[in-house]
Design a protein around this ligand. Structure first.
Ligand SMILES: C[S@@+](CC[C@H](N)C(=O)[O-])C[C@H]1O[C@@H](n2cnc3c(N)ncnc32)[C@H](O)[C@@H]1O
Length: 400
């Protein structure tokens, strides 16, 4: 497939120069890894260098690569030969790794995975908030490197059950998944046998429920949707402990928790801070139903108000705490309207938990642009998703 792009404002000379790069081979050294998981290298083109993203590369690999995609500002390449492997390179523990789009970093040891995540974060901070000082605390490694996920989503087509190949809708048929909890992974061949071959693409969630029992269901069937829960219980516990400790240090009387899910942070906060009142906001009614049930079981009606609402409408009609705001938005970060209300609230403390560093950096840029009094008091990565390029970042901002 020819991936060259045409553009109306193209420069024919430069475009033919770039076009001739397609399928060409080069020797490169990989500098680092990028958001998305690819290695970053550079190749000289006349009087400049061009960034090339190399799939399944490791930092400091010396490689022969072949250019597979030519864009105006960057290239993509596949590895032809590993000339000198990175010291962090290893044999991927999973036999499906070379084809599967599920994990991108199994060929790199976990220490280096975490180091690269820290590098990705600090480079984004340098770009988005260069004037802001911070100390990055040592990243928290996942207590389990494999079999840490309590839920996975698999695709079914024909008799295959598995993940999509990278950048493709072809399914890699699997009999186990090394990052899924063993109880979930062991069920994959059993479920594959049970299900009828599918004429059209189907999606299944396989998970351990809150009683640690295995269950699975077809996504989208009979009202079954997807509701959020943290996937890595062991590291999530460490994250909840840090949130609780830092809020307890400030001992606020009122906290607004946006994007609260089923109360992952809420209930530990209330249990540990006797005089704290929380207003939590979550738009998925399945999740607030769980919180509401738990709050009446624990007789917390006077201290927790669990709103089923999108944060946008909640923040437009109700004042957010000026003492403490806890934010744990989905990957795309906060919407402009929510962030505006958070900024207007001028809360003394904000904890922002993020699962996408680009959107975190963008949101922090807006907060710092609007209020120069905030300082980053605690910044730390939690390696919630080993073997992948994803990670969770914890940031505590304070004016005091
Ligand atoms: C990353 S999860 C965090 C959930 C919870 N804090 C936890 O740790 O389990 C983000 C949550 O935000 C909810 N959500 C997404 N967009 C939202 C919005 N605009 N308003 C309110 N909730 C939203 C999702 O349903 C999801 O439960």
């Amino acid at each position: 497939m020819n991936n060259q792009r045409n553009s109306s404002n193209s420069n024919p000379k430069r475009d033919s120069e770039l076009g001739s790069l397609l399928h060409s081979e080069h020797l490169v050294t990989v500098e680092k890894l990028a958001v998305g998981g690819d290695g970053v290298a550079r190749i000289p083109i006349k009087d400049r260098t061009m960034v090339v993203f190399v799939s399944k590369a490791a930092p400091q690999d010396e490689l022969k690569i072949k250019i597979s995609v030519v864009e105006k500002t960057f290239l993509r390449a596949e590895i032809v030969e590993i000339i000198k492997p990175s010291p962090a390179r290893r044999e991927a523990p999973c036999e499906y790794f070379s084809a599967c789009g599920g994990c991108v970093w199994q060929h790199i040891n976990e220490d280096e995975q975490l180091r690269q995540k820290e590098l990705i974060l600090t480079e984004l901070f340098k770009k988005f908030i260069p004037e802001v000082n911070y100390a990055l605390a040592k990243g928290v490694a996942s207590p389990k490197n494999l079999h840490y996920r309590n839920r996975i989503q698999l695709k079914r087509l024909g008799a295959k059950l598995g993940y999509f190949k990278k950048e493709s809708h072809d399914i890699v048929d699997i009999n186990y998944c090394l990052i899924a909890d063993k109880l979930v992974s062991d069920q994959i061949p059993i479920i594959k046998e049970k299900l009828k071959p599918a004429a059209e693409l189907q999606k299944y969630e396989l998970k351990l429920n809150h009683k640690n029992e295995f269950e699975y269901y077809r996504i989208g069937e009979s009202g079954e949707g997807l509701s959020f829960s943290q996937v890595n219980n062991e590291i999530n516990q460490l994250l909840v402990e840090l949130v609780t400790k830092l809020v307890a240090d400030k001992n606020p009387s009122f906290l607004t928790e946006l994007y609260a899910g089923a109360g992952n942070f809420t209930f530990d906060l209330l249990k540990n801070l006797n005089s704290l009142r929380i207003e939590s906001v979550e738009m998925n009614p399945e999740l607030t139903k769980f919180s509401t049930k738990k709050l009446s079981e624990l007789s917390l009606q006077k201290r927790l108000f669990a709103f089923t609402s999108d944060c946008e409408s909640f923040a437009s009609r109700r004042a957010l705490s000026n003492e403490f705001i806890l934010l744990d938005p989905p990957r795309a970060g906060c919407s402009d309207s929510v962030l505006k209300k958070v900024i207007e609230a001028g809360s003394k403390d904000i904890i922002y938990i993020s699962c996408h560093p680009v959107f975190l950096a963008r949101d922090l840029q807006k907060i710092f642009a609007a209020n120069k009094n905030y300082k980053i008091r605690h910044l730390q990565i939690f390696d919630m998703f080993p073997q992948t390029d994803h990670f969770e970042t914890f940031v505590h901002l304070s004016t005091t």
